[in-house]
Design a protein around this ligand. Sequence first.
Ligand code: GDP
Ligand code: IMO
Ligand code: MG
Length: 472
Amino acid sequence: MYLCQVSKKGQKQTIKKIGRMKHSFGFRCFKVLKDYMRGSIRPINKKLLRMKVDVLLGLQWGDEGKGKVVDVLTPRYDVVCRFQGGPNAGHTLEFNHQKYILRSIPSGIFQGDKVNIIGNGVVLDPALFKVEVDQLMASGHPLTERLLISKKAHLILPTHRLLDAANEAAKGEGKIGTTGKGIGPAYTDKVSRNGLRVGDLLNNFEAKYKAATDRHKTMLDQMSFEYDLEPIEKEWFEGIECLKQFQFIDSEHFINKKLKEEKGVLCEGAQGTMLDVDFGSYPFVTSSNTICAGACTGLGIAPNSIGIVYGIFKAYCTRVGSGPFPTELFDSIGKELRDKGHEYGAVTGRERRCGWIDLVALRYAIMINGVTELIMMKSDVMDEFETIKACVAYKIDGEETEDFPFDINDGVEPVYVELPGWKTDMTQMQSEDEFPEEFNCYLNFLEEQLDVRIKIVSVGPDRAQTIERYND
Ligand code: GDP
Ligand code: IMO
Ligand code: MG
């Protein structure tokens, strides 16, 4: 097999024959293999040269800072895609003293003329989409040429939002604490084969909409849920008109063609691995596959097309909504993390629950996603901490385990190690050469525990407060 070297920008520069894996077992081969595993070198045969798709996703309970880093990485790619979730996401970007919050639109939208795609795995609410579009247009960011939408993306109907509220009300104390955006009901309709897709707007839409809404109304009546559909329906249809300005595409064809043309593609996850419907803290999860495999089904990318998998995590941990959280802090440290980290939901404004970093959950997330590069966010929030704790194992029924269990309810007791804080303002730092010794110690500890290198460290919310490590 021949290998080609691919530049850091994710674009093939020169095809350099740097090794023939069959015959070379020396150091060079080892390095080639290492780089190959990491995804920066991609296999070719002489007829077909395909670029790989890189994926960036959250490893915790969401809000890790995905939006910020996708924006930072975008100049290295040609296409940026969302593959799951919907307006339950709130991705914050800061640059030039401006702050933007994106919900359904990919975070590559601000960097030049890159193509941004809302993939088939996304559920789209036209009303909220219109709000997002209007805000971006008003701030001088035209979108219609640069944002493409999959015909197969499912629509969140006004009645999905009502059903979300009705379901939560019916659960009472056991409610999930959803974002109330109709995510669960929209994905339920998709899987039960009752959903409406963006492509349906092009053909006999009124009848399809009426059939779906009538069905939902019956369900709402059965749940004795009171509602006023008219105002939200009006906004929704205004959203539909806005949506129609955009190009609807067969995004699976579009993306695979881009790969053949050797273009770089970056996929942006929403939520986080602990909210994945299969592997998260079920039932306190969202309704989509937030993990790397979700990029395959949510965009029509073959699994062997995945290259670098960026796993992003906060230097501590947060969660919004209900559900178990083993390292949650209810004391002054939890409050300090929330205050200094401004841990309030970008979508709902809800307080985020805060706690120490959970390495058991992180190792699990790295395994499920096949993470090749780690990105650590918000360490600056702990810049003044005397000491820092990290959960390295769980104690369950008196037994210590490093394996993430079936369920992480009250019986799980975190086992902590304590590390010295760095007590240095790192927010203005530009390179890792400036890192204090204790911070390097924290990084080394995490890399050893997680067995993946930390390639990027973020020391503040701004685009510029991002430090890349390792020169390859
Ligand atoms: P996302 O949903 O994963 O994109 O993350 P959110 O935008 O919901 O939440 C991350 C929050 O942290 C946002 O308010 C960001 O502006 C902010 N943020 C991102 N990186 C950093 C960082 O390194 N330090 C600090 N202090 N804030 C950050
Ligand atoms: P980003 O992309 C944090 C949480 C909700 C709730 C659960 C289910 O910004 O990281 P849903 O509305 O999806 O049915 O809610 O998932 N949740 C998030 N938490 N960040 C998010 O997105 C989230 N999206 C959903 O709080 O607990
Ligand atoms: Mg968020």
